[in-house]
Ligand binder design. Structure first.
Ligand code: BES
Ligand code: ZN
Ligand code: ZN
Length: 480
């Protein structure tokens, strides 16, 4: 990860980034001669200062990068600018950004946004690339930001740094292949977070059997990789015993579909079917590093869904942890089976009254919302509003989708309390209704279906193509 430094002034810099629309941009930053050179260069380059536009100006003592931010820059504009700079300067070693506060945002806020965006944009998952030529490797080590009050910027940035670290963790976990990230190795990584002050408990196969996590076990039983359930507790308010919030994550380290096998094309993407669990674990990490003053619990169900002689068959009936029976008509609708038991466990064992679950649950939500919004389902309008605002500010927006009695009824089975699929239509809603059957009366609950947003097909300024870590920013905002 690159280093960010905030300073009041800087004497010498070979790469300087100056924001603006015209030749006046470098006033007070560049020398008169430099300003003249820049003025000529931006004219020749037809630079209009549009958001995302850059001009490199080479002077005798280094490079000046003119950066456009458009007419009405927002926090997001500066965050994106930081992300673009991480890519743009990737072959330099250091860059200096001058926060001016001239564009509607106070210069400390501007500095923090640029810094945060730069961290996110600089993310790479390159550990398995052994043949990259030295000249193609990123060399950027540090971005220095000149700002009026470096101490204030540093304090404000600390929180952002913790969130960025956790987004890195979530993206790393999502990108790892399923032969490396199994339920066990995932749980080991979570156990490691004990050193941050989190209280971690890992339930193994034996304990899961004893506790009767039968729905979860029905998903795991076809795989030679044993399941795990990880419980992460953060007691930031020790005066209180109860939890303020619970987070539940789907951690299917590989979803082949099981006996209801998925088609071959694109099946490799299903190594990422553990994104919900990655985001929950990463968020628990940021909560611990930020030393949040609330009590928060995270539970993730870690399993691999594979076809084999011991796998669950379509038509099998299992008795869930809640006692309700489920007819499994499609073994590819496995996420809800994993989550149902985890949700129940969280309420029953820990008495949690406010829960958010995150899961790459349905292709239907991906088709409906694409990479732009995650699907939000909730039994509480106020909670819907809070989550929507938190998501918007994090650049991880949510779109609410419905649950009602009719969708719920589609899950009724003739020979068990419910079946695990609702039919051809409204797949996101029937999946949410299935989870709702494991929510107790009086629990405030939201389900985020992140199937479309867990990875981007095309890179964005603050996220290279691939795993996004979507949800970490949103949950941190909500908690704050
Ligand atoms: N993990 C998938 C959902 C998914 C699909 C996530 C595509 C990301 C991209 C989930 O377990 C699944 O297979 N759901 C089925 C449910 C169906 C069988 C009712 C689906 O959405 O097709
Ligand atoms: Zn599936
Ligand atoms: Zn799945």
């Amino acid at each position: 990860m690159i280093t960010i430094q905030f300073v009041k002034e800087i004497k010498k810099a070979t790469v300087r980034v100056v924001v603006g629309q015209n030749e006046k941009a470098g006033k007070g930053i560049l020398t008169a001669t430099e300003q003249k050179t820049v003025g000529e260069a931006i004219k020749q380059a037809h630079f209009l200062g549009k958001d995302g536009q850059f001009v490199d100006v080479f002077c005798s003592n280094g490079k000046i990068v003119m950066a456009g931010i458009g007419d009405k820059p927002s926090e997001k504009t500066f965050c994106d600018l930081g992300g673009r700079l991480a890519t743009k300067l990737s072959r330099d070693t250091e860059g200096v950004y001058y926060a001016t506060g001239c564009y509607g945002l106070d210069d400390v806020q501007e500095a923090v946004q640029v810094a945060y965006g730069a961290l996110l944009g600089a993310y790479r998952f390159d550990k398995y690339l052994t043949k990259t030529k030295p000249e193609d490797k990123p060399t950027l080590k540090k971005i220095t930001i000149v700002v009026s009050n470096p101490a204030r910027a540093k304090t404000a940035f600390k929180e952002k740094q913790a969130i960025a670290d956790s987004i890195y963790m979530a993206r790393d976990l999502c990108s790892e292949p399923a032969n490396v990230l199994t339920p066990k190795t995932f749980a080991d990584k979570i156990a490691d977070m004990g050193k941050l002050g989190l209280d971690i408990e890992i339930l193994t196969l034996k304990e899961l059997k004893a506790q009767k996590f039968n729905m979860l076990l029905s998903v795991a039983q076809g795989s030679s990789n044993e399941p795990r359930v990880a419980v992460m507790k953060w007691m930031g308010n020790p005066k209180k015993k109860a939890f303020d919030l619970g987070l539940v994550g789907k951690g299917v380290t590989f979803d082949s579909g099981g006996i209801s096998l998925k088609p071959g094309a694109g099946m490799g993407d299903m190594k990422q079917d553990m994104t919900g669990a990655a985001v929950v674990s990463a968020t628990m990490r940021s909560i611990a590093t930020r030393k949040v003053k609330s009590n928060i619990i995270g539970i993730v169900g870690l399993v691999e869904n594979m076809p084999s002689g011991s796998a669950t068959r379509p038509g099998d009936i299992v008795k869930s942890l809640s006692g309700q029976t489920v007819e499994i008509l499609n073994t590819d609708a496995e996420g809800r089976l994993v989550l149902g038991d985890c949700l129940w466990y969280m309420q029953e064992k820990y008495g949690v009254k406010k829960i958010i679950d995150l899961a790459t649950l349905t292709g239907a939500v991906m088709v409906a919302l694409g990479e732009e919004y995650a699907g939000l389902f909730t039994n509480d309008d106020t909670f819907a509003e809070e989550l929507t605002v938190a998501g918007k500010h994090a650049g991880e927006p949510l779109w609410r989708l419905p649950m009602n009695k009719a969708y719920n009824k589609m899950l009724d089975s003739d020979i068990a309390d419910m079946k695990n699929i609702g039919g051809r239509v409204a797949g996101g809603s029937t999946a949410a209704c299935f989870l709702g059957r494991f929510i107790k009366e009086g629990t405030t609950w939201a389900h985020l279906d992140i199937a479309g947003v867990d990875k981007f097909e095309k890179s964005r300024p603050t996220c290279p193509k691939g795993a996004t870590g979507w949800g970490v920013g949103l949950l941190n905002n909500l908690i704050k």
